[in-house]
Design a protein around this ligand. Structure first.
Ligand code: NAG
Ligand code: NAG
Length: 452
């Protein structure tokens, strides 16, 4: 109960009663039907709060809520923006994390409502979104990651603070979406899990914890290695999309990157220091890899974000090159995400998201009040077309307009350098396609149909 100080006793009693009824109704509804599409803007906000960590995440938001009368609960913010493609509605609790399947087709979202929902990327542009629902029994998932073959997903749980694997199978009638728990990992650390990962090679799993521990597991749940990051407290940990590296940031002004090595027979060999991002002047909030790990981005308490060339021969002692330093002032914990192609970077702090082009370092867009609570997760889809954000019950799917623009600039450079006429022609065609996409997006935003 967060708002005890703002109300007298009767108000609390009424609130509790209303809360109980809403909860019961909620249960009732979910029993008779699992119809969750849209139109559920404010029916669950009180039942969520009881189990949410909302208050611990961002102070600005909770203060806003406190100043409002209890009877008028903060409604779900109706967010709109010219770059918004759609909002995914289906969860009845705050969404904490999401992941895209490696085949680019699916999105998995984990929320405090004890479910993981699977969405189709193809339907992002549509008004209606079908979902496949997976339950997280007696707990809720704090993080979710698809297995490399897209036929299972891994979650970390909140209460248990451990890992579970769920299989995405077929129902008896042959239709998709029979989600069943396959493995429950034994807990090996009490410190809170702050991120998880599965290597795209399928060889190992990573958990990063809130102390200085990072654990490397095999897929059956046996521990392969324990890493002490020596960063006072970890603020972020990640497994690179290429599947070779794990990295961590924390209280110290660096990002440490390790390579997880296997021998020719596929047996685990060692975790070896690879390289470090050095140059920030204070602790690093978070960092992100491009899809092939040739670029990285980081955001720090020192008021800057940095863009790095990590396409290096670290075995020969080469260090990453700093390509760009940009300003990003925020006293709050910030999340950074680099697009798979490395052309766009998005940074979230509180309920705002700022988007930069990495080519020029320029700020492309700054969007406030994206969610009714601080952003918990953000990331680009594998085709670089969308940027997704989570922070409340809805997930916003934004067109990656900055990415299209950067692509056009890049292609124009390539066109100049192209040696053959055929190559020039092909590049021109790609430029034209990107332009058309942009025009369509901006046309829709203006509410006008763009003709040719
Ligand atoms: C899901 O699969 C299991 C076997 O793995 C089966 O026993 C069960 O009936 C299936 N559930 C549904 C709803 O089809
Ligand atoms: C670091 O983590 C430990 C254990 O999770 C926690 O007790 C401590 O308060 C943290 N310290 C800082 C500086 O965040």
């Amino acid at each position: 109960m967060a708002d005890v100080d703002s109300g007298s006793l009767p108000v609390i009693a009424v609130t509790a009663a209303v809360g109980a009824i809403v909860l019961l109704l909620g249960l009732f509804c979910s029993v008779i039907k699992s119809r969750d599409k849209g139109e559920r803007e404010d029916d669950n906000s009180s039942s969520n709060k009881s189990e949410s960590k909302e208050q611990s995440r961002g102070d600005k938001h909770s203060k806003k809520q406190k100043s409002q009368p209890r009877s008028k609960k903060a409604p779900q913010v109706m967010f709109s923006h010219p770059w918004l493609s759609s909002s995914l509605k289906g969860h009845s609790g705050r969404v904490l994390s999401f992941d895209f399947s490696s085949n680019g087709k699916y999105l998995a979202t984990a929320a405090e409502d004890r479910t993981v929902l699977l969405w189709s990327v193809k339907e992002f542009n549509q008004k209606e979104h079908k979902v496949i629902r997976g339950n997280v029994e007696y707990d809720h998932a704090t993080h979710v990651k698809f297995s490399p073959d897209s036929r299972a997903y891994l979650v970390s749980t909140s209460v248990e603070n451990a890992l579970r694997v769920y299989k995405i199978g077929k129902k008896d009638d042959g239709s998709a979406g029979n989600i069943t728990m396959a493995v429950q990992f034994e807990k090996k650390s009490d410190a809170e899990i702050i991120n998880i990962g599965i290597a795209s090679s399928g060889k190992f799993i990573m958990t990063c914890h809130s102390d200085t521990t990072m654990l490397i597991w095999d897929l059956k749940g046996d521990l392969l290695a324990t890493i002490d990051t020596h960063q006072m407290n970890n603020s972020h940990g990640a497994l690179s999309p290429c599947g070779r590296f794990v990295a961590s940031s924390g209280f110290t002004p660096d990002v440490k990157v390790w390579e997880v090595c296997f021998d020719k027979g596929g047996n685990f060999k060692e975790v070896a220091r690879a390289f470090e991002l050095k140059g920030h002047k204070a602790g690093v909030h978070s960092f992100s890899f491009s899809s092939d790990s040739s670029r990285m981005a980081s955001v720090s308490k020192d008021g800057t974000w940095r863009f790095w060339d990590t396409d290096i021969r670290y075995q020969m002692g080469q260090d990453p090159y700093l390509l760009y330093t940009g300003n990003f002032e925020s006293p709050l914990h910030s999340l950074i995400s680099l697009s798979p192609d490395g052309r766009t970077v998005a940074i979230a702090a509180d309920t705002s998201v700022t988007i930069f082009s990495t080519g020029t370092g320029e700020k492309e867009q700054s969007i406030d009040d994206m969610h009714s609570a601080p952003v918990t997760w953000l990331g680009f889809d594998l085709s670089n077309r969308y940027l997704l954000t989570a922070g409340d019950k809805h997930i916003h799917v934004m067109h990656n307009v900055a990415g299209y623009k950067a692509t056009i600039v890049d292609l124009k450079e390539k066109e100049k350098k192209a040696t053959s006429q055929a190559m020039k022609e092909r590049i021109r065609q790609q430029i034209e396609e990107a332009r058309e996409r942009l025009q369509t997006i901006m046309g829709e935003a203006n509410g006008t149909a763009v003709g040719k």
